[in-house]
Design a protein around this ligand. Sequence first.
Ligand code: NAP
Length: 301
Amino acid sequence: MLPFSRVAIIGMGLIGSSLARAVRQAMPTVRLTVSDGDAAVRARVLALDLADDVTDNAGAAVVDADLVILAVPVGAMGAVAAEIAGELAPGAIVSDVGSVKERVLTDLVAGLPGVIVIPAHPVAGTEKSGPDAGFANLFTDRWCILTPPPGVDDWQVARLGDFWRALGAKVETMEAAHHDRVLAVTSHLPHLIAYSIVGTASDLETVTRSEVIKYSAGGFRDFTRIAASDPVMWRDVFLNNRDAVLETLGRFTEDLVALQRAIRWGEGDTLEALFTRTRAIRRGIIDEGQDTEEPDFGRKH
Ligand code: NAP
């Protein structure tokens, strides 16, 4: 039996539309209602046949849903909670897909008193935005992390886990604050570094911008992919996971200075030891199935 029969998704960007496609594919009998504030997005959702009902009103979308998933930027979760608070069906679970969890948990619990709130984060995505960028198997073999607050019934958490597993994801449960520390290292810091490197390269006086673009295959272009990620989404990630990001950034800055010193003093052993260790981490990621062995970052030539 399916864990939910009527699902509402608020926000039809990359993640919302991928979810809609995945639900359509894995659970064709689920009644799917979606909302988005942008008329052009709603038109694309209809043209792509991603849902049974499409509306511009988040409150109207959730009225009879037994699962509601907010797929909007982290900073917009509280406002959307206020829009749906008076419209939810009794017993409905409200979840989300936001990349930061502690702040979202606080905002949803405060905005939805008496409602079952179970935040979630599918650790899957691309640098693209909008409904045309989504795809049904985005979540296949990727982790989805659930961060329920204390007091939520275990069976409700298990039910949401079953939903994500039916979409192909692997499911883990952890405390929201811990999620934010882990993701600060694995996602937020790498994005910050990419934004910073691409910004620096475009500001250099000694190398022309056309040279940077022409010779980008030396490593730079892989940072540009990450640095092309949605500006609003990532602004909200850094504003809402400030403490964990600043702590990780502090450690990173120290380690970078140590590398600077090793280069200055010709300490080849230090450099080689680090690069050997990092190569093993890459091996571990491939062994875990979180990336492929294909050369050149999986590009098809
Ligand atoms: P996206 O493609 O840019 O879509 C954003 C969606 O949020 C759009 O439907 C947009 O509506 C809506 N939205 C934006 N501002 C809003 C506001 N103030 N109030 C209500 N709705 C608003 O972004 P996305 O990549 O799907 O990201 C959605 C969520 O997924 C974010 O919380 C993000 O942290 C999380 N996430 C992203 C990734 C990733 O790699 N991209 C991975 C995992 C989780 P309009 O159509 O009206 O603009």
